[in-house]
Each structure stands twice: as C-alpha cells, then as structure tokens.
Write a protein that binds this ligand. Structure first.
Ligand SMILES: [Zn+2]
Length: 76
C-alpha cells in the first residue's frame, strides 16, 4: 500500500518541485534582465538626468526622457 502511495505522490512531487524550480529560474533571469537594464543608462539631452533606455525617446535626434516634468520643457 505504501508503495502505491509513493508511486503516486513521488511523480506529483517531482513535477511540483520542477515547476517551482523553473519559476525560480525564470524569476532569477528576469531579475538579471532588470539589473542589466539599470546598467544601460542613457543621459537625457533635455534635462541631463540619467534614465534607463526604456524611458528614453529619440526626438529629432535627441534623447528625451519620458519624465513628466521633462516633456513639458521640450521645444519642438
Ligand atoms: Zn529629460
């Protein structure tokens, strides 16, 4: 009887552990990506602040950040 119970629980536990490990690895890799984004800092040509490349827009050949306070200062 114990043998049958282990035969059922062991595969389930195996898949649950595998799923948890996979999630941990994915979270870890996403954390690494986030960290590498922080390293890719670009200077805003308008306000001079260093912001991540995600929040930089190229406007007329200039790097303009998407900070609300900065947008208002852009002269088109
Ligand atoms: Zn700016």
């Amino acid at each position: 009887m114990n043998f049958v119970v282990f035969g059922v629980i062991a595969p389930i536990a195996y898949f649950v552990i595998r799923y948890l490990v996979k999630r941990l690895v994915i979270n870890f890799l996403q954390g690494l990506k986030r960290n590498s984004n922080i390293k890719n800092m670009t200077r805003c040509d308008n306000c001079g602040k260093f912001v991540s490349e995600d929040s930089i827009k190229l406007v007329e050949g200039k790097n303009i950040c998407t900070n609300p306070g900065c947008k208002n200062n852009v002269k088109y």
